[in-house]
Design a protein around this ligand. Structure first.
Ligand code: CAA
Length: 257
């Protein structure tokens, strides 16, 4: 499969998508969105792939939605086409996705990173929602996901001033899971993805589904959902193997990973 705006590779059990529009700092245009969804469709269908890494370049994960593409759109255009709705498909994937972010992750770039299950940031990473400076606001989930991740006060600060946040502040605020040296970013993200992909596939996917529930439901409902999914895990061979391996003091051999 050939792509114009991304590079798609499989490294063992890890699917790797590298955003590749260097001339526009990986600005997210409609071709890129279509291609990302096509790549994710393929990774979803590939039983060998257990975890996905999304990355950009050293300078930019992505500097936002493509301003040149959208500058002349009208309200009816955006409404009728449900502009940006394709990003909901990116956000609702069932296999875990890690965003490996170096350089700018601004506007839609920050929003794309937040659609992933967690972010590993290079020490060079800069996050921001600068849409307010363009006379608009985040439109790919930024006001919702950023608020859930870093809280109302900081989300307001970021969205209303359009300021950028460096990697350390982002880690302190809960936006990123960990910071690594820029030179090690992709290798560290792939190593992390390999660890996840080596686990029981149903256990990984059910865990992701359960953590995602925390954003959608009350605590009592979430805990009940978690318990039912936990019960379901006793229907898998991997549960028996994982627990037996612990008791026998050996590494588990998960059939489904
Ligand atoms: N859309 C389209 N093109 C973009 C772009 C974007 N979001 N960001 C950068 N580019 C282009 C620039 O126009 C420039 O192209 P030319 O060489 O043809 O002029 C090229 O990428 C390099 O950019 P700069 O020369 O500006 O690079 P810099 O190092 O001086 O600055 C930057 C880097 C601070 C990230 C700056 O490019 C910038 O501010 N970009 C826009 C950031 C932004 O506002 N993002 C939000 C977009 S709106 C959005 O995302 C809506 C939403 O909610 C989804």
């Amino acid at each position: 499969m050939s792509y114009d705006t991304i590079i798609v590779e499989t490294r063992g059990k890890v699917g790797l998508v590298t955003l590749n529009r260097p001339q526009a700092l990986n600005a997210l245009n409609s071709t890129l969105l279509t291609e990302v969804n096509r790549a994710l469709d393929d990774f979803d269908a590939d039983r060998n792939v257990g975890c996905i890494v999304i990355t950009g370049s050293e300078k930019a994960f992505a500097a936002g939605a493509d301003i040149k593409e959208m500058s002349e759109l009208s309200y009816p255009d955006t409404y009728v086409d449900d502009f940006f709705a394709g990003w909901d498909r990116v956000a609702s994937r069932r296999k875990p996705m890690i965003a490996a972010v170096a350089g700018f992750a601004l506007g839609g770039g920050c929003e794309f990173a937040m659609m992933c299950d967690f972010i590993i940031a290079a020490d060079t990473a800069k996050f921001g929602q600068p849409e307010i400076k363009l006379g608009v606001m985040p439109g790919m989930g930024g006001t919702q996901r950023l608020t859930r991740l870093i809280g109302r006060a900081k989300a307001m600060d970021m969205c209303l001033t359009g300021r950028m946040m460096g990697a350390e502040e982002a880690e302190r605020s809960g936006l990123v899971a960990r910071i690594v040296p820029a030179a090690d970013l992709v290798a560290e993200a792939i190593k992390t993805a390999e660890t996840i992909a080596s686990m029981s596939r149903p256990a990984v996917m059910m865990t992701k589904e359960s953590v995602d529930r925390a954003d959608e439901t009350s605590l009592a409902e979430g805990v009940r959902f978690e318990r039912r999914v936990f019960h379901a895990m006793f229907g898998t061979d991997d549960q028996r193997e994982g627990m037996k391996a612990f008791i026998e003091k050996r590494a588990p051999q998960f059939k489904s990973s």
